[in-house]
Design a binder for this molecule. Structure first.
Ligand SMILES: [Zn+2]
Ligand SMILES: [Zn+2]
Length: 191
């Protein structure tokens, strides 16, 4: 996703009726993969295979607005070991508290309640939650992409993937205890 693409999307959620703790508002938005091709995070590209679905709900919690943001999508990204496209399904809920007041959650609160405070200037009929939607998406992405937990990666000698049949060059038959050292180049004094 580029900055220009980012500007094309705006997620807005209606504010519940003032002073009514029982009123709940919702938003459901689907961004088709044709509109949002990929998101790049930490140098890793994640391509959208399914629509990016955003579901949000808002409800008053005393004077603050409690907003749950649920993001879901199916993405494809190259495995960090073998580079094969890997399927990633995300489905995560994030809790935000929109507040007019400066809130420094006490250390105890921060540990017990897993929410983020968004300081706003005023209440509007529709709240712009776009930044929180993108933040939720980024927080849902895996830090390391693996096609399977035991992916064997690429042969250090010929560069072919080792998950299927053997590459045949013999380079993959390394002692697994030495695998950690595979990335280290040792200079051969005879050269
Ligand atoms: Zn892999
Ligand atoms: Zn090989």
């Amino acid at each position: 996703m580029t900055d220009r693409e980012r500007l094309l999307f705006k997620f807005e959620l209606e504010t519940p009726e003032t002073g009514n703790p029982d009123d709940e508002t919702c938003l459901r938005a689907e961004v088709p993969p044709g509109d949002l091709d990929k998101i790049v995070f930490g140098g890793q590209a994640f391509h959208f295979v399914s629509p990016f679905v955003v579901e949000a709900r808002a409800r008053w919690a005393d004077e603050d607005l409690e907003v749950t943001v649920r993001v879901s999508a199916v993405l494809s990204s190259p495995c960090s070991r073998c580079l094969e496209p890997s399927r990633i399904e995300i489905l995560e809920d994030f809790l935000y508290l929109y507040s007019l007041r400066d809130k420094e959650p006490s250390e105890e609160d921060a540990l017990e309640e897993d929410f983020r405070v968004v300081r706003i200037e005023s209440w509007r009929r529709f709240m712009d939650i776009t930044d929180q939607v993108w933040e939720s998406l980024i927080l849902s992405l895996p830090l390391k992409v693996l096609c399977s937990p035991g992916c064997r990666g690429l042969c250090p000698r010929c560069g072919k993937p080792l998950n299927g049949e053997s590459c045949g060059c013999g380079g993959e038959e390394t002692d697994p205890r030495l695998e950690k050292l595979a990335g280290i180049k040792i200079e051969d004094p005879s050269e």
